[in-house]
Ligand binder design. Structure first.
Ligand SMILES: Cc1cc2nc3c(=O)[nH]c(=O)nc-3n(C[C@H](O)[C@H](O)[C@H](O)COP(=O)(O)OP(=O)(O)OC[C@H]3O[C@@H](n4cnc5c(N)ncnc54)[C@H](O)[C@@H]3O)c2cc1C
Length: 409
């Protein structure tokens, strides 16, 4: 196993249930990405009761709250201890290659030969920043979610936040509250209310079955896997954080950053279309929830159906911003994350650098599996709550593979 995040640990637990000998190699410590790669104020956007791992339900007294980073680290580390996971910390995997009957894993602490390997190394190892960053004038400081930390690190003055998914809206909100003028560049996004009919929207995702939709039943799997994270934030007030909220607070909304030319950031004019699309998709999802509620006794127990105000588009959003004028002092790139497979010497990546897998079974690499990637086997796959079902499916496949004898599948 490579990686001691929650996904690798979930696999470890199910392997132990099946009496399968294994080791979990981790370059840092358990829950390393939550320790090193997130910003200070981040809280999970999933409610505490959804931080559930195999045989390890949420045990605290605030099931509807949202964990801070220290709490997430404690939760995942507690799980690792509870299952006595065989984690080898501070062991970096530098190379995985194919050998007769399995794989050779070279680490900075020696080599291991194994019949099977599970890549649980994460879906968000590196920030994805578009190439146009190179055209940013040198006087502007650039940050990503990995090096942002908190607003103290930003220079005083205006901030351009690029990207309006979960990370972008959360950081735009925090930076605006620090007193800096914020311009938020918005491309495709997923709008969700924090609560719907009195319940958390992720309660609806889970109970209506939307989150459990299987990868092989989706009309457009590639699109589902590429969807941005929803505009949600976890706060004690269970507040909604959408573009209407940000705009009302004073954040300037502009279109997608199309290019940077001669020191000018140029934004797409398609903001209204983006808003209409996101509103439409949200409405469709709420229709699905309502339909499901009507098919159960819950329809009378939860509040009445709600519909939300459409996203208000600015009258004349700016299409251009002079990055040399001094108005903007820093850019925060909230443009997504990518896995990092530079150590993988087995030809299993597609031309875009993505792992070729069928529900976590890596294609043309018998005995190699993955977990924790977006919509790996279900819509919920990349979330903590999604790990158990995926781990059981994957270990089931792995057990059948090993029982047939490595190399025969
Ligand atoms: C900003 C952000 C917010 C999120 N918020 C939520 C949320 O609210 N709720 C939720 O359920 N999910 C959330 N997620 C999604 C998801 O839970 C995380 O991406 C989670 O960290 C994925 O778990 P994982 O175990 O697959 O990967 P990770 O937690 O990234 O674990 C992978 C591990 O592999 C190790 N590793 C990587 N490469 C190597 C190597 N070469 N050698 C050895 N070790 C290696 C890493 O150090 C790391 O510990 C969020 C993700 C991000 C990025």
């Amino acid at each position: 196993m490579i990686g001691a995040g929650h996904a690798g640990l979930a696999i470890s637990r199910v392997l132990t249930e099946n009496s399968l000998e294994h080791v979990v190699l981790e370059r840092g410590e358990v829950a390393n990405s939550w320790r090193r790669e997130r910003w200070d104020s981040l809280r999970l956007l999933t409610p505490n009761w959804q931080s559930r791992l195999p045989g390890y339900p949420y045990r605290g007294n605030d099931p509807d709250g949202f964990m801070s980073m220290p709490e997430v680290i404690e939760c995942i580390s507690g799980f690792a201890s509870a299952i006595s996971a065989p984690v080898r910390p501070h062991t970096t995997v530098n190379c995985v290659s194919r050998v007769d009957g399995g794989y050779q894993v070279a680490t900075d602490d020696g080599e291991i030969c194994c019949r099977s390997v599970v890549l649980a190394s994460g879906a968000a190892n590196v920030p994805h920043v578009p190439k146009l960053r190179e055209a940013v004038p040198p006087q502007i400081e650039s940050f990503t979610a990995f090096d942002y930390g908190n607003t103290e690190r930003l220079p005083r003055g205006g901030v351009l936040v690029v990207g309006a998914s979960a990370t972008g809206v959360q950081l735009a909100d925090e930076i605006h509250r620090s007193g800096r003028p914020v311009t938020l560049s918005v491309g495709e996004h997923v709008r969700l209310p924090r609560t719907y009919r009195g319940q958390d929207v992720l309660w609806w995702m889970e109970h209506s079955g939307v989150w459990s939709q299987r990868y092989d039943e989706l009309d457009d799997l590639e699109r589902a896997r590429g969807l941005p994270s929803p505009q949600l934030i976890g706060t004690p007030e269970r507040a909604t954080l959408d573009l209407n909220v940000l705009r009302a607070a004073g954040v300037e909304i502009v279109g997608r950053l199309a290019t940077i030319r001669d020191g000018h950031a140029l934004f797409s004019g398609g903001l209204r279309n983006q808003f209409a699309l996101a509103d439409l998709k949200m409405e469709r999802l709420l229709d699905t929830f309502d339909e499901w509620a009507r098919s159960t006794t819950l329809d009378v127990e939860v509040g009445p159906p709600e519909r939300f105000e459409p996203t208000r588009a600015p009258e004349a959003p700016r299409l251009s911003l002079d990055l040399r004028s001094g108005e903007i002092r820093s850019i925060v790139w909230a443009t997504g994350f990518r896995p990092d497979y530079r150590w993988l010497e087995v030809p299993v990546l597609n031309p875009k650098g993505e792992l070729r897998h069928d529900g976590g079974v890596v294609v043309e690499a018998p005995g190699m599996y993955a977990i924790g990637l977006p919509v790996l086997r279900r819509r919920k796959s990349t979330f903590i709550i999604g790990a158990e079902d995926d781990a059981r499916d994957i270990v089931g496949h792995l057990v059948r593979y090993l029982s047939r004898g490595a190399g025969t599948e």
